[in-house]
Design a protein around this ligand. Structure first.
Ligand code: DX5
Ligand code: ZN
Length: 216
């Protein structure tokens, strides 16, 4: 699988999402990573289905929606209607991850499952046939700009568990030019990057985004 860069708009200008999304895609983003936070599962609050619906017309690549919320199931249909291409739920968000992933696919989206740093790879052993993506958190979720927590061992283990399944392993948190090679070598193929992409740039200077993306 080729390596994809998925900038997280959590680090974008919250007053200008449409232009920010167009800028990162013009500058080489493969996907757009959308961090949904509910102030309950994580100690931060961002946006919900109405905002994701507003982002949709600006996204020409893939809208990769990362749900840091609990419960997940009552909101699945709303994110499908809002236009999410991939919807990722945390295995820690509730007791019925198997049913949640079935419901995400049943709503017509690709399904992802995310694991916090403290969660072992074994936690998703019985749902690998229900996902298109496994998101390995390399920070404790809730904020951008945090330091990378090394999860290369978990990435290697997951790649072995996945065998020849065509499932993406996405790394989320603290990805930058120094940490990216480690996780790619371990078997990751999608790299989320917020601060490493948006730092020093703006919609007025989008070429900085392009340089930052190319450097990862
Ligand atoms: C954290 C989010 C990440 C974050 C990445 O809870 O899930 O996607 O925005 O930001 P950086 O790349 O700055 O760690
Ligand atoms: Zn994320």
């Amino acid at each position: 699988m080729s390596i994809k860069i998925a900038p997280s708009i959590l680090s974008a200008d919250f007053a200008d999402f449409g232009r920010e999304i167009r800028a990162i895609e013009d500058q080489g983003a493969d996907w757009v990573h959308v961090d949904v936070m509910d102030g309950h599962f994580v100690p931060n609050l961002t946006f919900g289905p109405p905002a994701v619906k507003a982002f949709r017309p600006h996204v020409k690549t893939v809208m990769d929606v990362h749900l840091m919320i609990a419960p997940v199931d009552p909101f699945i249909e709303a994110y499908a209607v809002a236009g999410a291409d991939i919807l990722t739920a945390h295995v820690e968000a509730g007791p019925h991850i198997h049913r949640t992933l079935q419901a995400i696919r049943g709503a017509g989206m690709k399904a992802g499952v995310a694991l916090n740093p403290g969660t072992p790879a074994e936690a998703v052993a019985h749902v690998l046939d229900l996902v298109d993506l496994v998101c390995v958190m390399t920070v404790n979720p809730g904020f951008g700009g945090q330091s990378f927590i090394d999860m290369t061992g978990k990435v290697r283990q997951l790649r072995t568990m996945l065998g020849d399944r065509p499932v993406h392993i996405e790394i989320d948190g603290g990805v930058d030019p120094s940490t990216a090679p480690k996780v790619v070598a371990a078997g990751a193929d999608v790299l989320v990057a917020g601060s490493a992409v948006f730092k020093g740039g703006s919609v007025a200077e989008p070429e900085v985004y392009g340089r930052n993306i190319a450097a990862i």
